[in-house]
Design a protein around this ligand. Sequence first.
Ligand code: NAD
Ligand code: UFG
Length: 357
Amino acid sequence: MAVEGLQKEPQSILVTGGAGFIGTHTVLQLLKEGFRVSVIDNLDNSVEEAVDRVREIAGPELSRNLTFFLGDLRNKEDLEKIFSQTRFDAVIHFAGLKAVGESVAKPMLYYNNNLIGTLNLYEFMTKYGCKKMVFSSSATVYGQPEKIPCVEDFQLKAMNPYGRTKLFLEEIAQDVQKADQEWRIILLRYFNPIGAHESGRIGEDPKGIPNNLMPYIQQVAVGRLPVLNVYGHDYPTKDGSAIRDYIHVMDLADGHIAALRKLFTTEDIGCTAYNLGTGSGTSVLEMVAAFEKASGKKIPFKLCPRRPGDATAVYASTEKAHKELGWRAKYGTEEMCRDQWNWASNNPWGYRPPPQS
Ligand code: NAD
Ligand code: UFG
């Protein structure tokens, strides 16, 4: 029986991949919303400094609710250790490899990491009776959509091994939930996350040459790369460049809080997918112009042939997330570029010190 005046224990969330780009921003919002957070990350594509900076932004009091475990989802001993120490109310599962080109070159690495890691996670969640999960899926599961905006009930397809891991993992989630209705799973299909926390202390820090548009633009702006290659200028769009749905990473982070609340309050959620996008499309050249405006920097670019496998235009239908999660993106491209530049100009080499000249 609940005793009046007695504080309820905060809910405890395991965040896999919580040291990464989207993970750090989400962990910060979780702390601010009063959750207790444990992060497991193998630091394959991140650094512990990012978690330290989350602590710094959150402040000493909220940081007491954050624990970091260096561990790998493929290693069952790591999972046993973390699940036996803490009782979790839900898991947000970000951990995975995400570079499309690398997945084509090293498919086994992607299948091994993304699939085995997730199967192990289900095993330990089941063993320890935690059956609520928010899973990071991607707009990649829409392939080259025949119609836009992309609606959640479109037929899905994968274009490369990375996309296939997301597609398989969505299907595995459906099967797990069908077999045991105690599971509640939300699949979040992110469109193109960019931007950074307004403090400029955390942001995206890709290793090597960036594959994605905004990290590339950012490195041109700070002088790490000489020129942006614009892939495709003959698409049937207003300026010939391809169109995507860019979404501020803080909006995305808030989308995870909305999804968690939905899981906790909806017994019959089953396994349900939601798009997280803004619902509007922006071309590559429009993003270049928006970034130039926000940064005051000229971004030299070269018009190049299309990148194989790229779609002309992809953007989200946002109705379902708005109606059922009560969530909608707040920020536009101006704020996305402003915050991306704030992060870039304060951390031109990301979390690393500048190289010795
Ligand atoms: P990220 O690489 O910054 O973060 C992923 C984190 O997972 C990293 O810190 C990495 O070290 C960790 N990790 C990877 N494999 C692990 C393992 N086996 N055990 C423990 N930790 C492991 O990537 P992100 O941009 O934050 O993306 C998070 C999730 O969202 C990924 O699943 C990604 O596929 C998905 N997603 C990202 C985008 C995007 O454009 N950023 C778009 C759609 C979907
Ligand atoms: N682009 C350039 N130059 C670059 C990089 C990208 O012109 O240097 C163009 C691309 O050709 C594309 C657009 O910018 O037209 C966006 O490209 P990104 O690589 O930033 O993003 P994608 O939409 O291709 O894919 C990203 C992730 C996928 C994910 C998808 C949807 O890489 O993993 O968003 O979430 F599935």
